[in-house]
Ligand binder design. Structure first.
Ligand SMILES: Cc1cc2nc3c(=O)[nH]c(=O)nc-3n(C[C@H](O)[C@H](O)[C@H](O)COP(=O)(O)OP(=O)(O)OC[C@H]3O[C@@H](n4cnc5c(N)ncnc54)[C@H](O)[C@@H]3O)c2cc1C
Length: 383
């Protein structure tokens, strides 16, 4: 097949990791093609609480005002409940963060795609990666794409897989899994309109979790988590009934509010999958976001880390740093969070043990935020 086009960087997957990477590279003048097999502005299987690190990055990139203007409510308080015990944590203002936010994914991902386009990246939706082209030395030189223009061969200096947990690029280049988690939790969630906004609620009971995250359109993303075994036995067959019953078990008050609010959308389910790290780079290719590093959703940190790694990878590319350094930085920053997330995903039955794990999680998140604050401080940016 003849080569149809040539780019500096081709990125597969246009959600938080891929669109952010495209935006950062295009803002620095790189010729970027971003492809996505889905339609523009679509939702994806994910709840969407953003941690402070994500808000710091979005703020640095100038995207928070647009998200707020689109009706994303600011979140000023978080409540953790361990059985009957409540711990209320006000969200303190900090660098780039007045409040937390939890924009719907169709909005967040579309804002990032819009920012990438505005920076000069070319975006093609309804376009899927179908194969890679490698040179005689094994280095990836380009990709085969299938979209509205038919099959095309596109050459690129670097091909980036931001194509999620089941990354096609990772499979095609044979990116090894270097670490795998031991635990997994299943999640069932639905967006419910009309609940009182009391900030984010994270509730825990023995072997279960649930809560509510305020989001766009006056709705909350209400979720429950159970073990994959319980999900298969009790929820999978009838998601709506299972969702209501686990919610009533973990937080009867929230369950009553949800029942009073009337019918929500059909719940969506994630059956659970252990976390992993994959090798993040090789000759002519790199992985970013869930494609290279996935952890259980129980700590709601995947989007934060996808944005962080978009920042790390784009900076390595722009500074001409070996991509092995990007992988090393990603792994060093992620290891503590990955380890504690994996233990929380085991849904401990002992609430004191869970509280101790949450303190560990908080320390890991704070360390990441301190690192980011240094990186994002005016004048400290290398790229
Ligand atoms: C149930 C659940 C709840 C979660 N809740 C939270 C939360 O509250 N907070 C949080 O921070 N994180 C959460 N996460 C994690 C978060 O969803 C992920 O970390 C995040 O989506 C990773 O973004 P990404 O851009 O790397 O990949 P994705 O969002 O998976 O996007 C990958 C994109 O690549 C595209 N693609 C795949 N293959 C191809 C191909 N061959 N060609 C073209 N395009 C392709 C896909 O269509 C997709 O749009 C949750 C995850 C789950 C499953």
């Amino acid at each position: 097949m003849p080569i149809h086009e040539t780019y500096d960087v081709l990125i597969v997957g246009a959600r938080c990791a891929g669109a952010a990477t495209a935006m950062l590279l295009a803002r620095a003048g790189a010729r970027v093609l971003l492809v996505e097999r889905d339609a523009p502005g679509t939702d994806t299987l994910s709840t969407h609480a953003l941690m402070r690190g994500a808000v710091m990055l979005l703020s640095d990139w100038g995207l928070v005002p647009g998200l707020l203007a689109s009706g994303t409510p600011p979140i000023a308080v978080t409540t953790f409940a361990y059985g009957a015990e409540r711990v209320v944590v006000p969200i303190r203002a900090g660098p780039g963060v007045d409040a937390l936010i939890a924009p719907r994914r169709n909005l967040l991902d579309a804002q990032l795609v819009g920012a990438a386009r505005a920076a000069g990246a070319e975006i093609r939706h309804h376009t899927a990666l179908t194969g890679i082209e490698a040179g005689a030395d094994g280095a990836v030189r380009g990709v085969r794409l299938k979209g509205s223009q038919g099959e095309r061969l596109v050459r690129a200096g670097l091909v980036i897989g931001a194509d999620g947990r089941r990354s096609s690029l990772a499979r095609m280049v044979g990116a090894d899994v270097t670490r795998i988690g031991r635990n997994a939790a299943a999640v069932v969630y639905a967006h419910v309109p009309g609940l009182a906004d009391r900030g984010t609620r994270w509730h825990y009971g023995p072997g279960i979790a649930g809560g509510a995250i305020p989001t766009n359109g006056g709705a909350h993303c209400v979720f429950v988590s159970v073990s994959p075994m319980r999900f298969r036995a009790e929820l999978r067959g009838d998601l709506a009934t299972g969702f209501r019953s686990v919610l009533a078990e973990v937080d009867p008050e929230l369950a009553a509010e949800v029942a009073a609010a009337g019918p929500a959308e059909e719940p969506r389910a994630f059956a659970g999958a252990p976390g992993f790290f994959r090798r993040a780079q090789g000759r002519g290719w790199a992985l970013v976001g869930d494609a290279g590093y996935f952890k259980d959703p129980i700590t709601a940190h995947g989007i934060t880390d996808a944005l962080r790694d978009a920042w790390l990878l784009s900076r390595a590319i722009l500074n001409g740093v070996p991509l092995a350094d990007y992988e090393e930085a990603r792994d060093a920053l992620s290891a503590p969070l990955f380890a504690v997330t994996d233990r929380i995903a085991g849904l401990p039955r002992d609430m004191d043990a869970l509280k101790a794990l949450h303190l560990e999680l908080n320390a890991a998140a704070k360390a990441e935020q301190a690192w980011l604050a240094g990186e994002l401080a005016p004048g400290s940016r290398a790229a």
